[in-house]
Ligand binder design. Structure first.
Ligand code: HEC
Length: 136
């Protein structure tokens, strides 16, 4: 629990650093949200080599090989659950709470199961961005 707290504080500082240098505005793109919320651990390119990755006992996943590791299909449902699922489970995982990504407008989105679910737009944009950084 303590370790998790320490990590979350570290992540919060890392995030604050990003937000200070970046231009905050109302409609960030998936790429901008990735840079602000994920790159600290997963790396700017998503390869799992972010600045604070070295301080983590659990290595951040390489997010460019998600499709490759799932028989060439981007595991949208799994990715959504991974990000969404962390909210409200504070302290139980390494990743911080991505609350702001889940606020605001929702859009119907088929996460791969054929069912359109109202999904926060920033989460959709983030998933779509992750699809663009997949290696073949
Ligand atoms: C504090 C560091 C940290 C931050 C910030 C972070 N992650 Fe992670 N992430 C991890 C670690 C460590 C793992 C692997 C262990 C785990 O699942 O907790 C992981 C795992 C994942 C996985 C599972 C990958 C797989 O191969 O199963 C996904 C998807 C993911 N992260 C997406 C994101 C996204 C998207 C963001 C930004 C919204 C993000 N992460 C921000 C540390 C982080």
């Amino acid at each position: 629990m303590r370790a998790a707290k320490y990590l979350m504080i570290g992540a919060a500082f890392a995030l604050a650093g990003c937000i200070e240098t970046g231009k905050p505005h109302e409609n960030p793109t998936g790429a901008e949200d990735f840079a602000a919320y994920c790159a600290g651990c997963h790396g700017a390119s998503g390869a799992g080599d972010g600045e604070i990755a070295a301080d983590l006992t659990k290595k951040p996943a390489n997010l460019t090989t998600l499709s490759k590791r799932h028989k060439g299909e981007f595991p949208t449902t799994k990715v959504m659950a991974q990000i969404w699922g962390y909210t409200g489970k504070k302290g139980s995982g390494v990743m911080p709470d991505f609350g702001p990504l889940l606020e605001g407008e929702t859009v119907p989105y088929d996460g791969g199961d054929g069912i359109e679910t109202p999904t926060p737009i920033r989460l959709v944009q983030l998933a779509e961005y992750l699809k663009t950084i997949q290696v073949k």
